[in-house]
Design a protein around this ligand. Structure first.
Ligand code: SPV
Ligand code: MG
Length: 669
C-alpha cells in the first residue's frame, strides 16, 4: 500500500506561518511538523512508499523530506498549475504513480493520532474518517453517510451529514473508479474543484465506508487557531500512558510485537508479575522477578517497569490511572475473563480505554511453553522449588497424590476467587494413601521400590514439587540410600517420623501399640541423611509424634529443638485432636526460640483452621494428606453399588465424569 499526500497548496489562511514553506512544514509539537509526524506514523505502521504532490515551495519541501532521514521512499509529483487549480488536478498529475495498488490518501495539513491511522489501515473496506461526536463544521468537509456508506462528501451538505476528514483508505477496486472520475473531470477542464466532487458522481460504484473516529484527534490545520488547538491536543496525547502486564519469563516475537503496538499509544508502563503471581496461575517462573524486570526494562519502547503483585490489575490501575490498558484478546474467555471484567469497570471509572490486539496463537510459542513446562518437571529444576516457594510465599500448601491421575488433579486444579487464582503449590505422597490405593495397610508394608514407582508415575505427568512421606525412614543404614534415591528423582522433601518398630498410622493414636524412637537415635538418622544428600536443595523434615502418643508438649518441644539441631530442614508437628489448641501452642513455643526452621502441619483432624491463620501463626507448609483418597473411594463404592442394584450402568452415569473431560485432563504428548 502507498500513501498519497497532497501538498501542492499553500494554506493562505495560516498567514506568516506559511511565508517561507508550505503549510505541512509547520511545527505542531516538540520538533515535529505536520508532515514529519504524518511520515513517522506512516512508517511506524509499515507504509513506506509515499507519493507526494507538490506546488508552492516544492524545492524546500523535497529537501525537507530528504533531511528527515526516515525509512520512506518518495515520489514527488509537481502540479505545474498549483496556483490556479485544486488538488483534484494534483492527483491527476500523479495518476500514473497511483495505479494497481491500494492507497491511503491524506491532505498535507491533516493531523491525526496513531490509533486513527491504525484503524484506517486495518479497515478491510475502503473508508473515510468521520466523527459522530464532533459538531458539523461550517466550512469544512461533511459526509452524507447511509447504512455506513459514504454517499457524498463536500462542504455544502448539512442534511444526514457527519463531520468528515480527508483521510481515506482506498482499495484499488474502489480507487480505480474514483481515479477514472478524477481523470474525466480534469480532462474536461474541471480542475478547480475538490476531488470529492468527482467521487460524489461515482459513489454508487465506489464503496467507501465511514470510519467513526469519535473524539480522537483527526483535524485539518487551516488557521493559527486550528494550529494552537491541535498542538494542545498533541501535548495531551504526549502525556498519555499505556499499561500492559505479563509474566515475561519467556519473551518472544509476539510480546515484542504487542509492546511495539502499545508504545505507539503513549508512554508504555509494563507491569511484570511477581514470582508469586506467576506461580499462582501458570507455573513457577523460570527466571526470578528481578531478572524478568531488568529484561523487560531493556526492551525498546518500554518507558517504565513496575511490579504487579496479583493477577488483578486493580491496585496498579488505581495507582497509575493509565489512559490505555493493552492486552491480547485471549482474555475475553476462560479464567482471565473476570480479571478483564474488573479492568473494564475500573477504566470506566476514570475514562481509560482497553485496547485489545489479536492474540498470537503461533504454534512455536505453544511449543516454547511446553518446553519450559517439561524443563520444570526435570529433577534438578523441580527439587529446589519447594524451598523457593516457602521463601517466596511464607506458607505453601500441598495435596495428596497417589497416582498419575491424582497427580494431574493436584497439578491442574485451579480456582479463581476475588480476582486471584489459587492452585496447590506441591504434592504429598502419603504412605496411607499409597498403601490404600494398593489395598494394603499403612504399616510400611508397601516397599520402597513400589513407593518409588508411585513417585515416578506422578513425576512423569506433573511439574510441582513433591513431598514424600518416608514413614520411619527405616534403619539408618537404609535411610541414607532412600535419601539419595529421592534426591536423584527430584523429590523436594522427605518427612520421617520419630517412631520405631512396626509403624501404624498416627491417626490410630494410642489405640494401637506404637513406639517412639529415642531422641539420640532419631537425631543420628537425620544427621546421616543430611550427610548422604548431594545437593543443597533436598530437605529432610523431622516429624514429631509426641502429641499423637500423648507424651506431652514438653517432650514434643524438646524433640523439635534436638531434631532441628541435628540438621532437620523442617519440623512437622502432628495431632489427631479436632481442636487445634495443642498445635497452636507448639507453634508458638517453637517459634519463640526458632524463627526460621519451617513448620509443617497436616490438618486432617484440626481441619477448621484456614491457611491464612496457620501462616499468621508461623506455619510454613500445610499438607492436605488424604482428601483425594477419602473423597474418591466412596464415589467408586457408590457407583459399584448402583450398577449392582440396577443391573446396568445407566443410573450411575450421572455420577460419572464424561469421558471427554477425562481425556482433556490427560495431556497428549
Ligand atoms: C500419611 O498421609 O500417610 C500420613 C499423615 O502419614 S497421617 O495419615 O495423618 O499420619
Ligand atoms: Mg504416612
Amino acid at each position: 500500500m502507498k500513501a498519497l499526500i497532497l501538498n501542492s497548496g499553500l494554506g493562505h489562511r495560516m498567514g506568516v506561518l506559511t511565508s517561507e514553506h508550505p503549510k505541512c512544514m509547520t511545527e505542531v509539537s516538540g520538533n515535529e511538523t505536520i508532515l514529519s509526524r504524518q511520515l513517522r506514523l506512516l512508517a511506524d505502521a509499515g507504509v513506506t512508499e509515499v507519493v507526494m504532490t507538490t506546488g508552492y515551495y516544492d524545492e524546500a519541501l523535497t529537501r525537507y523530506c530528504a533531511s528527515l532521514d526516515l525509512p520512506v521512499t518518495f515520489r514527488f509529483v509537481k502540479n505545474p498549475e498549483y496556483a490556479q487549480t485544486n488538488y483534484i488536478y494534483s492527483i491527476y498529475c500523479a495518476r500514473e504513480q497511483l495505479r494497481e495498488d491500494d492507497i491511503v490518501l491524506m491532505h498535507g495539513d491533516l493531523v491525526f493520532e496513531q490509533s486513527v491511522l491504525d484503524a484506517v489501515l486495518a479497515s478491510e473496506q475502503s473508508c473515510m474518517t468521520v466523527s459522530s461526536t464532533k459538531p458539523l463544521p461550517e466550512k469544512d468537509f461533511k459526509a452524507v453517510v447511509h447504512d455506513g456508506r459514504v454517499e457524498k462528501v463536500g462542504v455544502e451538505f448539512f442534511q444526514d451529514a457527519m463531520q468528515a476528514q480527508p483521510l481515506y483508505k482506498l482499495r484499488w477496486e474502489d480507487w480505480k473508479v474514483w481515479l477514472e472520475a478524477i481523470c474525466a473531470y480534469c480532462e474536461s477542464g474541471r480542475r478547480d474543484c475538490y476531488a470529492e466532487n468527482a467521487f460524489n458522481e461515482v459513489s454508487d460504484r465506489c464503496a467507501v465506508y465511514g470510519l467513526d473516529v469519535r473524539d480522537e484527534l483527526c483535524a485539518e490545520v487551516d488557521t493559527p487557531e486550528d494550529l494552537a488547538a491541535v498542538s494542545d491536543k498533541l501535548r495531551e496525547i504526549g502525556r498519555r500512558t499505556v499499561y500492559m502486564c505479563f509474566s515475561a519469563d519467556i519473551i518472544h516475537g509476539g510480546h515484542i510485537a504487542i509492546i511495539k503496538k502499545a508504545a505507539r499509544l503513549g508512554k508504555l508502563i509494563v507491569g511484570v508479575l511477581s514470582d508469586e503471581a506467576v506461580a499462582s496461575y501458570k507455573r513457577f517462573p523460570l527466571i526470578p522477578f528481578e531478572e524478568r524486570k531488568a529484561l523487560v526494562g531493556s526492551i525498546a519502547g518500554v518507558h517504565q517497569v513496575v511490579e504487579q503483585k496479583t493477577l488483578s490489575y486493580a491496585d496498579v490501575l488505581h495507582a497509575l490511572r493509565p489512559n490505555y490498558v493493552v492486552h491480547g484478546d485471549n482474555w475475553r474467555e476462560g479464567f482471565q475473563k473476570p480479571i478483564r471484567d474488573e479492568v473494564v469497570s475500573i477504566l470506566a471509572e476514570y475514562g481509560g480505554r482497553l485496547v485489545e490486539f489479536p492474540y498470537s496463537r503461533d504454534e512455536k510459542y505453544a511449543e516454547l511453553e511446553k518446553m519450559s513446562r517439561a524443563e520444570l518437571g526435570m529433577p534438578d529444576q523441580r527439587r529446589g522449588r519447594l524451598r523457593k516457594l516457602i521463601a517466596m510465599k511464607g506458607c505453601v500448601n500441598a495435596i495428596e497424590a497417589h497416582s498419575g491421575i491424582t497427580g494431574l488433579i493436584a497439578e491442574k486444579t485451579t480456582v479463581l476467587q476475588d480476582g486471584k487464582t489459587y492452585q496447590f503449590d506441591a504434592m504429598w505422597i502419603s504412605s496411607l494413601c499409597d498403601s490404600t490405593a494398593k489395598g494394603k495397610p499403612d504399616i510400611e508394608l508397601v516397599d520402597m521400590t513400589s513407593r518409588f514407582r508411585t513417585i515416578d508415575d506422578i513425576m512423569e505427568v506433573t511439574t510441582k514439587p513433591i513431598i514424600f512421606d518416608g514413614d520411619t525412614g527405616g534403619l539408618t543404614e537404609h535411610f541414607i540410600y532412600t535419601v539419595r534415591s529421592l534426591e536423584r528423582m527430584g523429590v523436594s522433601m522427605v518427612i520421617i517420623e520419630d517412631k520405631t518398630g512396626l509403624k501404624k498410622n498416627s491417626l490410630f493414636g494410642t489405640e494401637v501399640k506404637q513406639t517412639q524412637d529415642s531422641i539420640e537415635n532419631f537425631c543420628a538418622k537425620i544427621a546421616a541423611g543430611k550427610r548422604a544428600q548431594k545437593t543443597k536443595d533436598f530437605m529432610i523434615c523431622a516429624r514429631i509424634e509426641s502429641l499423637i502418643l500423648e507424651r506431652g508438649m514438653e517432650d514434643a518441644l524438646e524433640r523439635a529443638f534436638a531434631f532441628a539441631g541435628a540438621g532437620a530442614d523442617a519440623i512437622m508437628i502432628h495431632s489427631r485432636k479436632k481442636d487445634p489448641a495443642e498445635i497452636f501452642e507448639f507453634v508458638e513455643k517453637f517459634r519463640a526460640k526458632d524463627a526460621v526452621t519451617p513448620i509443617v502441619v497436616v490438618p486432617t483432624s484440626f481441619n477448621s483452621v484456614t491457611e491464612d491463620e496457620f501462616k499468621a501463626r508461623g506455619v510454613n507448609v500445610v499438607i492436605y494428606a488424604n482428601q483425594l483418597t477419602r473423597s474418591g473411594f466412596p464415589a467408586m463404592q457408590n457407583a459399584a453399588r448402583m450398577i449392582l442394584q440396577n443391573h446396568r450402568a445407566k443410573e450411575c452415569d450421572e455420577l460419572c465424569m464424561p469421558i471427554k473431560e477425562i481425556i482433556t485432563l490427560i495431556p497428549e504428548e
